[in-house]
Design a binder for this molecule. Structure first.
Ligand SMILES: NC(=O)c1ccc[n+]([C@@H]2O[C@H](COP(=O)([O-])OP(=O)(O)OC[C@H]3O[C@@H](n4cnc5c(N)ncnc54)[C@H](OP(=O)(O)O)[C@@H]3O)[C@@H](O)[C@H]2O)c1
Length: 263
């Protein structure tokens, strides 16, 4: 995908990774349709980015939100969809409400699937198009304390691979991206404390955005960011019992942080 002629629908544009992706896309010469729920944040970002950016306020867990963004993307003549919007919920499943679990699945899995489904006929009518699904290392390395989030991101990985195989003889390319932790507001203080306690590395949104856009420009299919997370994800694919044993040693720490009262 040529970034300088790309017309990109970017969900989660008001968030930490989204704002950085939007800035880098515009620096590459792309036009962006910035989507999110927070109108003030989107407008402030669009003001900084200038005439190459437009906004669409939409809650993607709602039928109307998906319809509004689909309509706006068609009018915008989008040829790239970046499904980046997401939420996280750290906690033991037994302590979480069903509402929380459902919101995580709706936002991280159902919304990108639904938006892709709605926009696919338009993308198939473009000379070249790409769909980028922003997953997580937890989609290949499901983690204790993140049952709903890991389920959603594993589902998004499956969706990406299935759709890529389905579109193999079309001009629509599918890229699945699996970052490890990123320094953004997605992570609560409890998650940041857990990452410090486990010695997990966090990447800057700038570094993740750069990797993602390089992978998009090169028409890559899979991008797993970070070592040793990449190795553990691969190991989990054929020897999950090894990962079960490794994570069992961290369980007490995860349980302790999951039970820390949230501010
Ligand atoms: N941060 C990490 O450690 C990490 C690691 C791996 C993968 N990821 C993935 O990276 C992506 C970006 O995350 P981030 O770190 O940038 O998080 P963030 O700063 O919390 O941003 C999340 C974005 O998602 C949007 N969003 C949430 N619910 C939405 C809804 N119902 N409808 C429409 N938009 C909605 C938010 O928009 P509004 O605020 O405007 O509602 C916001 O723009 C996510 O898919 C996340 O799972 C993050």
């Amino acid at each position: 995908m040529q970034l300088n002629s790309a017309r990109v629908v970017l969900t989660g544009a008001s968030g930490g990774l989204g704002q950085t992706l939007a800035q880098q896309l515009v620096q590459h010469g792309a036009h962006v349709l910035l989507a999110g729920r927070d109108a003030a944040k989107l407008q402030a970002l669009a003001n900084r980015l200038g005439s190459a950016s437009h906004i669409c306020v939409a809650d993607l867990t709602q039928t109307q939100g998906v319809a509004d963004l689909t309509q706006a993307a068609q009018t915008f003549k989008a040829n790239v969809l970046i499904n980046n919007a997401g939420i996280s919920a750290f906690g033991l499943l037994q302590d979480q409400t069903w509402d929380t679990v459902e919101q995580v699945i709706q936002t991280n899995l159902m919304a990108p699937l639904r938006l892709t489904h709605a926009l696919l006929p338009h993308l198939l009518s473009q000379p070249q198009a790409s769909i980028v699904n922003v997953g997580s290392a937890f989609g290949s390395l499901p983690f204790a304390g993140f049952a709903a989030y890991s389920s959603a991101k594993a589902g998004l990985r499956g969706f990406s691979q299935s759709l890529r195989r389905e579109l193999a003889n079309s001009q629509v390319h599918v890229l699945h991206v699996a970052p490890r932790a990123i320094n953004t507001a997605l992570n609560s203080p409890a998650v940041n404390a857990l990452n410090r306690a486990l010695g997990n590395t966090s990447d800057s949104p700038e570094a993740v955005a750069t990797h993602l856009l390089n992978a998009l420009a090169q028409n890559r299919s899979e991008l797993h960011i970070g070592f040793p997370e990449r190795l553990f994800a691969w190991l989990n694919g054929f020897a999950p019992a090894l990962i079960d044993r490794g994570l069992a040693g961290k369980l007490a720490t995860i349980q302790q942080h999951a039970q820390t009262p949230q501010p």
